[in-house]
Design a protein around this ligand. Structure first.
Ligand SMILES: Cc1cc2nc3c(=O)[nH]c(=O)nc-3n(C[C@H](O)[C@H](O)[C@H](O)COP(=O)(O)OP(=O)(O)OC[C@H]3O[C@@H](n4cnc5c(N)ncnc54)[C@H](O)[C@@H]3O)c2cc1C
Length: 417
């Protein structure tokens, strides 16, 4: 079923009875050409691109829960291409270009809104670092504008510019950055993949990976064994657990990241604002809720909820930056499990098992990577070669130490993230 303005009007006139489920609910087949473990944004996007660009349609996406139940439906929806280091810079640049055509490619409204992102700075040293980052973004072909204090005030007049600890010196403005509706992205890719013949199988947990003589043969699941010559592990926060089924120990720690939303308010914040020094960022959803978050909770966990000290820290930073927020009531908070790598950059690679691929390590930034990651992993699975923008996302960089992409500037230490 195609979507159009005409269709919306027609359904409105005839009682909304013509809509159909947007993907099938097939039973697993005994064998596929490829299996994607994990029906999050990255897994669904991979299946979509395998079918669209490489004509591979005998594929199953196996999801232990329901589509949209993982991090793809839990994030704060920020989409941007303002990475600094070679390796990340070209990858996220490519991913943002795919975002810009996603709604047409999927024929699905994901509410992608390029409302602009402003990263604030609060010292001369930080200004220099952001000027450098902005130049790197422009060299990459993306957009960046260095704003002084008055330039920020024009966009964000409601901030506290004279906070004693964090006076605002200026900001790096990335006009093409913005937000999208997170679960619509999962639904759009699920629909697009299903339309091309991909089986999306929910409530199907992978419990084992079958390997013979170093070659992958298929998977064991809660709904029986399924054979495949190619299998990809795309399970975000569960990467360590699923990789262990193939005898792999990944350089990944799973940490909780929380987010918050207030009651619906009239439009007040029309950008994404990031206050890195205080560990706080915010945007306003189309429903009016202020959506905001901070840093990870800094302990390894598989719980999809966080602890009170981080909540207090985030609220404290919010009040520092924009005291007016104290009048809003927080409606909900939630958490997701982040797959943190030591250098803050992801992994898209083959493994030591023939036919077994892995896509993980997206830390707290993998939503914006959904189209680029799916495109790249599909390319790797179909052709055996890396697509140029993801060529540096190699797994062995953590063993050899060569090619680390230390985006966070923290050194290869998890607890400094
Ligand atoms: C609070 C929060 C805020 C965030 N904010 C942003 C942001 O603003 N911008 C941004 O770019 N990123 C953000 N992120 C990060 C982003 O959401 C993740 O990096 C990204 O969604 C991870 O990829 P995914 O969508 O494929 O993950 P998921 O949606 O988690 O998909 C993985 C899937 O694998 C399934 N699975 C696990 N084990 C198995 C198994 N054994 N068998 C079958 N299926 C299995 C899971 O059920 C899950 O559905 C945020 C994350 C959180 C939690």
């Amino acid at each position: 079923m195609g979507y159009s303005g005409f269709r919306v009007i027609k359904e409105g006139l005839f009682g909304q009875k013509g809509w159909k489920p947007v993907w099938r609910d097939p039973a697993p087949k005994a064998e596929y050409d490829a299996i994607i473990i994990g029906g999050g944004g990255h897994g669904l996007s991979t299946a979509f691109h395998l079918a669209k660009e490489h004509g591979m349609t005998n594929i199953a996406v196996l999801e232990k829960g329901y589509i949209g139940g993982g991090n793809v439906g839990r994030n704060t929806t920020i989409v941007r291409a303002n990475y600094f280091l070679p390796g990340n810079s070209e990858f996220y640049s490519h991913s943002l270009k795919l975002w810009e055509t996603m709604e047409q490619d999927l024929n699905y409204n994901v509410m992608h809104s390029q409302r602009g992102l402003i990263n604030l700075f609060h010292s001369d040293g930080q200004r220099d670092a952001f000027a450098r980052r902005g130049n790197a973004m422009i060299n990459q072909g993306d957009d960046a504008i260095l704003l002084d204090r008055e330039g920020v005030r024009e966009h964000l007049p409601y901030l506290d510019f004279d906070n004693v600890r964090f006076p605002i010196y200026g900001g790096l403005y990335h006009p093409r950055g913005g937000t999208a509706r997170h679960d619509a992205v999962a639904w759009g890719y699920a629909r697009g993949a299903d339309q091309r013949g991909v089986d999306i199988i929910q409530n199907c947990e992978v419990t084992g990976i079958d390997i013979e003589n170093g070659v992958v043969k298929g998977v064991q699941t809660s709904r029986g064994a399924i054979k495949a010559k190619k299998v990809a592990i795309v399970v975000a926060g569960r990467s360590g657990q699923v990789a262990e089924m193939a005898g792999m120990r990944l350089p990944i720690e799973s940490h909780v990241l929380q987010a918050f939303v207030t009651e619906g308010l009239k439009p007040v914040i029309d950008h994404v604002v990031s206050f890195g020094m205080g560990h706080f960022y915010i945007s306003q959803s189309d429903k009016g809720g202020l959506v905001f978050g901070g840093d990870i909770d800094f302990y390894a966990s598989y719980a999809s909820r966080g602890n009170l000290p981080m909540k207090e820290h985030v609220m404290d930073a919010a009040m520092t930056l924009m005291p007016m927020i104290g009048k809003a009531k927080v409606l909900r908070s939630w958490g997701g499990i982040m797959d943190m790598t030591p250098d803050g950059s992801p992994i898209i690679d083959k493994t030591q098992t023939e036919g077994l691929f892995i896509d993980c390590g997206w830390c707290y930034g993998g939503f914006k990577a959904v189209p680029g990651s799916g495109f790249s992993l599909a390319h790797l699975m179909a052709t055996g070669n890396h697509h140029a923008p993801d060529a540096k996302f190699r797994l062995d960089r953590f063993r050899s130490g060569v090619g680390l992409i230390d985006e966070e500037g923290t050194g290869s230490q998890h607890n400094l993230h």
